[in-house]
Design a protein around this ligand. Structure first.
Ligand code: KIV
Ligand code: ZN
Length: 513
């Protein structure tokens, strides 16, 4: 019997800390449901004290999720822990994850606390957390640059106080695999009662080593890995869930552990997170990149055709890749539509929402006669939009683009329900459209990124557009999909403006206590 490797997904917390990756409550619930379908053990649903929106999203996820543990992050102070405890209250299995920094540089320059004060605060925090749940995780932030003796001291104290999982984060992605493995080995052998807790690691990817460090730690005795879908996360991101899960499974000859993850749900999860956050997956990304199983060279193709394992160590279908399978067409009825959504794990809130989605499906099927799963995912993502999310809404758009002429866009928008007409010229049809929107909105935002991806193959595919805007301290991503990429672009731009319009002030997780 192999040990269980606990998969702790932090896409909704650390992943959401990527610039512009913030998600609405409904989007977070969709991601959480997909994580549960994938059978991850722990879902870190957010940081309850960060904002009322984060609190509500964690609370809603705690109500919705039944199989996975639902966790909230909390700094090591009473207020944060009370917020986390209240947010996870409805969870069938809930966890509070509290943390404080332990490296000399963080304690002295950021916390301005002595090591003794840090230990005292950590111990008190475990006590506060234990009054809500006996499932309490403690993290020593910046453990990767902390002194081993001090880590032993603080971990001994928090285990005594009742922590049940001890997390060792390489917060700034500074460690190397052999060094990090040695740290984990030393901690497990030196900390009293180490066998009473689960040892966890949380690695960032600043040197591209997050997955390697996490796997080295597993070989040294760690039994929980914190990771994110597509490796999303602060700066260069976190360890990527799909790479960890598939490494452990593919190299079962080396790892003395197994996960409970249903790997066939990996690609759907990757696509969902990419679509919601607007972070595209690079084509050559391991496991979930579009080229991860594509063999280009003749020699490789020949080898794979003769015997798949000549060049493939995993099977595409085992991680959820399907051929772009025709699922529905313009003659499909409401029932077939509803059934396919249910198979994809998509539950629409009411019959009214289902009817609205079905009319949009029919409109799409008129323009594009083969509808794939990816089209359905993009189509229903708009269904979670509430009127409050749509302060700016596109009603009508007309764009002229002609050889030798300057492209021109005319639009009708509603702003807070009031209709406005706008027009502008630009370097291209998308530029003209964005300029036309800005003539009435005057957002003062700066465009940081514009990207278009075809959702499926074929020239009638829907284009999925991502727009990243910044204004002051805030960065947001907007998405839009349509068979007409100029309309998809307008939708994405307005989606980003709507996110800027909604209040989104948050406390940053990596902060003072
Ligand atoms: O990177 C980090 O140290 C964290 C902690 C809050 C666990 O995200
Ligand atoms: Zn982190």
């Amino acid at each position: 019997m192999k040990d269980r490797l606990v998969i702790f997904d932090t896409t909704l917390r650390d992943g959401e800390q990527s610039p512009g990756a913030s998600m609405t409550k409904e989007e977070k619930i969709r991601v959480a449901r997909q994580l549960e379908r994938m059978r991850v053990d722990v879902i870190e649903a957010g940081f309850a004290a960060a904002s009322p929106g984060d609190f509500d999203a964690i609370h809603a996820i705690a109500e919705a999720i039944k199989e996975s543990t639902v966790c909230s992050l909390a700094r090591a102070n009473e207020n944060d822990i009370v917020r986390a405890g209240e947010a996870i209250r409805p969870a069938k299995i809930g966890r509070i994850h509290t943390f404080i920094a332990t490296s000399p540089i963080h304690m002295e320059k950021k916390l301005r606390m002595t090591p003794d004060q840090v230990v005292e605060q950590a111990v008190k925090s475990i006590g506060w957390a234990r009054s809500y749940t006996d499932n309490v995780e403690f993290s020593a932030e910046d453990a990767g640059r902390s002194e081993l003796d001090f880590l032993c001291r603080i971990f001994e104290a928090v285990i005594k106080a009742g922590a049940t999982t001890i997390n060792v984060p390489d917060t700034v992605g500074y460690n190397l695999p052999s060094q990090f493995a040695e740290t984990i080995k030393q901690l497990i052998s030196r900390v009293p009662n180490a066998d009473k807790v689960v040892w966890s690691v949380h690695c960032h990817n600043d040197l591209g080593l997050a997955v390697a460090n996490s796997l080295a730690a597993v070989l040294a005795g760690a039994r929980q890995v914190e990771c994110t879908i597509n490796g999303l996360g602060e700066r260069a991101g976190n360890a990527s869930l799909e790479e960890i899960v598939m490494a452990v499974r593919t190299r079962a000859d080396v790892f003395p552990v197994e996960t409970g993850v249903d790997a066939t749900q990996i690609v759907p999860a990757s696509k969902l997170v990419s679509q919601i956050t607007g972070y595209p997956v690079q084509p050559n990304k391991a496991v979930v990149g579009a080229n991860a199983f594509a063999h280009e060279s003749g020699i490789h193709q020949d080898g794979v055709l003769k015997h798949r394992e000549t060049y493939e160590i995993m099977r595409a279908q085992d991680v959820g890749w399907t051929q772009n399978k025709l699922v529905l067409g313009k003659h499909s009825g409401r029932n077939a539509f509803k059934t396919r959504l249910a198979e994809l794990g998509i539950e629409l809130a009411s019959d009214e929402v289902l009817n609205a989605a079905f009319s949009r499906f029919k409109a799409l099927a008129d323009k594009k006669h083969e509808i794939f799963d990816e089209d359905l995912q993009a189509l229903v993502s708009d269904e979670t939009v509430t009127p409050e999310d749509e302060h700016y809404k596109l009603m009508y758009s007309r764009v002229c683009s002609e050889t030798g002429e300057t492209p021109e866009a005319s639009l009708t928008l509603t702003i807070g329900g009031v209709e406005h007409k706008a027009g502008a010229v630009g370097g291209g049809p998308v530029d003209a459209t964005f300029k036309a929107i800005e003539t009435v909105v005057q957002s003062g935002a700066e465009l940081l990124l514009y990207s278009v991806n075809a959702i499926t193959t074929g020239t009638d595919a829907q284009g999925e557009v991502t727009v990243r805007l910044s204004r002051g301290e805030r960065i947001v991503n907007g998405n839009g999909a349509d068979t007409d990429i100029v309309i998809a672009s307008a939708k994405a731009y307005l989606n980003a403006l709507n996110k800027l319009h909604s209040s989104g002030d948050k406390v940053k997780a990596q902060g003072n206590v």
